[in-house]
Design a binder for this molecule. Structure first.
Ligand code: FES
Ligand code: FES
Length: 154
């Protein structure tokens, strides 16, 4: 049994020692915004924040997150009010199919907070762990720039 704080709420989950955090979020807690793409830390679709730092949830063992804070894409909006980064992705068409988008948004939030949104090249470098099969990369950069300029890194 592990205890997590997920999106500000305490959760207790019974897990196997080798269960990735991704499956606890998606299957046990029904937070299906976090996506499964590759399962081997190659695509970024499963990006969440663990104690404020981005991680690939497919790679992190749930047991190792015991006692820690997890933020998923569901934790960004305030009710029906989208966060700044979420709104920027919509305003700048930062997606096509949308499958990679939760991971892209979680990475974007982190890199803005980390101060890595200083130029297009820097944004591309720090977003490089998040793949987009629809190749929405130019629009994603525009969305990240706009969100960073808004000065509200959520
Ligand atoms: S599903 Fe985790 S990086 Fe691809
Ligand atoms: S929007 Fe389709 S994979 Fe990125």
């Amino acid at each position: 049994m592990i205890a997590l704080n997920v999106n500000g709420q305490p959760k207790q989950v019974d897990v196997e020692p080798d269960t990735p955090l991704l499956w606890v979020l998606r299957d046990s807690l029904e937070l299906t915004g976090t996506k499964y793409g590759c399962g081997v830390a190659q695509c970024g679709a499963c990006t969440v924040h663990l104690d404020g730092r981005r991680v690939n949830a497919c790679l992190v063992l749930a047991a190792s997150a015991d006692g820690h804070e997890v933020t998923t894409i569901e934790g960004l909006a305030a009710g029906d009010e989208l966060s700044t980064v979420q709104r920027a992705f919509i305003d700048h068409d930062g997606f096509q199919c949308g499958f990679c988008t939760p991971g892209q948004v979680m990475s974007a939030v982190a890199l803005i907070k980390e101060g890595h949104a200083g130029s297009d090249a820097e944004i591309r470098e720090w977003m490089s762990g998040n793949l987009c099969r629809c190749s929405a990369y130019p629009q994603i950069v525009e969305a990240v720039k706009a969100a960073a300029a808004a000065g509200d890194a959520v």
